[in-house]
Design a protein around this ligand. Sequence first.
Ligand code: NI
Length: 260
Amino acid sequence: MIFDTHAHYDDERFDEDREKLLDSMESRGIGTVVNVSASFKSCFQTLSLAGRFPHVYAAIGIHPNEVGELDEEKFQTVREYAMKPKVVAIGEIGLDYYWMEPKAEIQKEWFKRQLDLARELKLPVVIHSRDAAKDTLDILKEKNAGEIGGIIHCFSYSMDMAREFMNLGFYLGIGGVVTFKNSKKLKEVVQKMPLERMVIETDCPYLAPEPVRGTRNSSLNLPYIVNEIAELKGISSPDVINITERNAKDVYGLNTNVKF
Ligand code: NI
């Protein structure tokens, strides 16, 4: 079944039909969803979703554009949240120089602190990196993050960068952008990279794929992404689903039922 490695069902755009939508996933071929926190408030909401839905797991962390709200006390709470049941990763964390807010030094400091937290709790990381490829890579290397592992979410860089992140041991998250006609660079990455390093994601409610681009996204749109990947790689859609599901379970540590 399809594994959505990156969703934001705590977003207010799901307020009207969240329960119904999440309850319908299994019958529509979506087996597992990881809800990824971005703000301090969304950490709590993410845990609540994971508690209510058997197929929803949690990633706990603060997005680079939201780290301005962090202080030691709040970070301590994030740490406590990250030790709760069904938390499978620290994320999304990283660097966003497209929105240079807060300034780079602050983003870097909290990125490093959250990488340390992941190491302490033995959890993989979900990385958000926009217009910041070199600094992201440098910090991951400095922190030996290959030992922690994780996903470069919504991968948007070149094939050369893809190789760098994969050499560190990271998986690349591929979502709706791959279906856009103007995303030549990403289509090339998908063609060339090994399927063994790929996971799929929605980043919903954002980044709905063609032909529903511009609408509210949800995991139910993942077949469009699967089909595009299958076409680019010249393999069947069920193969894409099975291999990316196995990869996602590997990276999030869900291949044994012992932990939960
Ligand atoms: Ni996201």
